[in-house]
Design a protein around this ligand. Sequence first.
Ligand code: CA
Ligand code: CA
Ligand code: CA
Ligand code: CA
Length: 487
Amino acid sequence: MFKCVISQKCLLSCAVASMAIAPSLQGQVWPTFSIDMQSRFNNNTPGPNTGVPDGMFGIQIDEGSILTPVTIGPFAPNPPGPGPLPPPGLVVGALPGIGGMAPGGLGFNPPPFGLPAMELDALSYGHDLGVQLMFSVDEWAGGDPLAPPLAPNMRSEGPLAGLNEAAADVFVYNGPVNRTPVPVPGTGPNNRVFLDGDGLGPSFAPGLGLLEPMAPGCFFGCAGDNLDALNINTLQNDIFGPIFFSLDSGFIDPLDGPPLNGATATGNAFAGGDILVSRAGGAPVVYAPSVALGLDIFGFDTDDLDALILIDDGDALYNPAVDRILFSVRRGSAVIGQPDSLTGTNIEEGDVLSVPIAGGFGTPSLYIPAEALGLATVRSGTVQVSNFGDELDALDLFLRGDLDGDGFVGIADLNIILANWNQLVPPGNLAADVNGDGFVGIADLNVILANWNNGAPLPPGLGASVPEPASLAIIGLGSAAMLRRRR
Ligand SMILES: [Ca+2]
Ligand SMILES: [Ca+2]
Ligand SMILES: [Ca+2]
Ligand SMILES: [Ca+2]
């Protein structure tokens, strides 16, 4: 029933997995993610294959690895489950020729002498169609202290609450994925826990198999992991490519200091603000250069893109008129504190950004400000853990009920349910078990019906034109028209 490679480790994994099967898997969620170089599962050590053996193949994890929870089997991205779980399994490694679910690696160069790390810090498979925004933060984020303490959320899991467990968690934004002005601190839609790093208390949300806690200032002695790249709904074919990602810039993190950033990007002849694309077993090429995103205005590799939402039209070539990008930048980036090109708001590391607005300052445009997400910022005077704004370090979009990943809930999704009706999963298709209770039936059908005709509202060419507030309604009508055509 559970397909695992034969080894002592995996027998243990399978035993844990069989206990962890329904009713508490998170249905319709197949997360793939990466950790950062300080993380415990990386043995707190930068560099290729320096971490603990992964939970599926026994290959050493590193900060360039794409991982998934170990709950079911080694051949497709797994759902999260209740903790404790084995170490995450290797989906795609960084170095050429490395094993994993999709063998061959992302084609990173091994780090040259003096540049220890191979840090992948943003991830997408190019179809991030959804209406719920998911994010993670780093270990220094405390959350907005003025926001209501709606536990479990980013603030209740973080250092202000004395827990230091937020860095490995995934949070869902309570607001809509629309252009949003900066709210008065404490009044934004805020967030709640969606997935938990270790799948244990206090949130008991489905877990990823990561370790907690990770405390601010742990440097290279961290007890836990920082999730720094995320895709929530990873389909089986996604992992073979195209895989969109970004690498780490060379400039130091002003809170963690040297040598905590490894210049992985320049070591591979790219900038840390570039979005790259690769297929498992291929070599990376530039998809969207940093300058197209309003980054590196102050020079090559002066900004680092560290979180990515990407919708590509299928050719894996960036066309600003049709492809859509949302992103965030890393602490220490030169563009932080500069006015965004839409509203003139000083950019922070917790902001969700889009591409520059024509005729603006040439900088990225603010899409959803950190304050709306429930994060602390310098510009709002809400930081407490450090002198820097809370760092958002991973992003994705999610659409409940979109089982085939096309950004729309409709007949195709219903047919997946019907084809597996009345079956236990496995052997039924895991995709059909929308609510994760191990059985395909009324409960799953009801999720589809409750989200019927729901679709991703992001307009084509997001951020490429000026979406004045009055025009947002028109964009909404346009989306509705598109959805009608697709029925
Ligand atoms: Ca990483
Ligand atoms: Ca994180
Ligand atoms: Ca980057
Ligand atoms: Ca960021």
